[in-house]
Design a protein around this ligand. Sequence first.
Ligand code: HEC
Length: 440
Amino acid sequence: MSRKFAPVVLVVAATIVLVAILIGLPAAGAQEMGATVQLGGNAELGPFLVDAQGMTLYIFANDTPGVSNCSGDCLANWPPLLVAEGQQPTLAAGISGRLGVIQRPDDGTLQVVFNGMPLYYWVNDAQPGDATGHNVREVWFVAKPADVSLGGNDELGPFLVGPNGLTLYLFTKDAPGMSNCSGDCLAKWPPLLVAEGQQPTLQPGLAGTVGTIEREDGTYQVTFDDMPLYYWVNDAQPGDATGQNVGEAWFVIQPPTVSVGGNEELGSFLVGPDGMTLYLFTKDAPGVSNCYDDCAVRWPPLLVPSGQQPTAGEGVTGSLGVTERQDGTFQVTYNDMPLYYWVRDVVPGDATGQNVGEVWFVVAPDSMGADSMGAGSMTSALDGNELVSQRCTVCHTRERIDNASKDRAGWEATVDRMIGKGAQLSVEERAAVIEYLSSR
Ligand code: HEC
């Protein structure tokens, strides 16, 4: 079953191989030496992240995702967690969240980031368990997994997990903001709790909001999109989801396979279940991936478990499907184009793969699917306007086309150039598109 990776596993794997890719080494062997980032903790602060030797790791509140704002004297007190070129950072099994690497602008070293936040040591910690840097100047804190992160397994794909990596469930007999599970029910379905006054955290990039409700016993239960969250007493380790569908009332929480994200530079584009940017490859053919081996390491395909259909978030109007890859896994397609992640993207909103090799592009969500074209669309299959909306918005927005003014020869040249880049048009469709564009 291991050939059916959940997408989230791939993303973690992708970040693990990042450094190897940068300098071209095979990604193997790090696990035996102990994961770069592990779970430690102490009685006072509970569980937090530590390095392979058990030394406490910190985050700096003045950093922003993917960017370290600590340099000079600051760095002398807070040495960064680095990986050598050729070494891949790895996350111990059971910690949920995304690991990556940023290159420091000051000296070019490679600093490990967790959920986008750069990781540091504190110079005054002497031994494992020390966390004397916690709350220094109220900007340094031990690094912790989010209260709600993306985990998953090979059968169900990605779903939400708690800070201990165990699967979270919602109860369909609850109402928004209200738990209807108490007594015996609670013994089987322990609530995910946070301390009073503590705001629960969500892995960045996950669509949804976390909050709390106060239970009758005065504890605070975490909610996701207002629904209370629970563990299931029979789940023993990360990946277990034995509570799924129990009593037809308990379910894991699965984000849509494909949603709309974006950034300021490129506007809206498609993102995967973890909020990371998705790309298409203009050397693919409709429904066929031509990205294997090294290519697929650099551009991990967005996968769904065998037999599952991908799900669409709000604003995803194109049609989602799957194509079987040579290794028997199932890759998600959008308007027939296979979708990929890019290993160098570190935080949600990164789109550093855009235009790589002039063949990789983010995917505009506003392509119209067959169902959204409205009545009559079937009888006007060669409506140039509709074709432009469907086929030309795969790589960029419709505005880009509407803002260009050209004569017929200009449009012929442009459309042919776009076909060269991968626009999918038959001879008749090409003619209909050119006719429409040059007679507007
Ligand atoms: C496979 C990706 C892809 C598809 C599909 C695509 N384009 Fe493009 N388009 C690009 C890229 C990349 C650029 C920027 C580079 C360039 O202009 O060659 C671009 C730029 C443009 C521009 C601005 C540059 C110019 O020449 O004015 C227009 C207009 C345009 N495309 C029209 C279209 C039309 C019409 C279609 C549908 C027939 C289409 N595109 C389909 C990738 C694509």
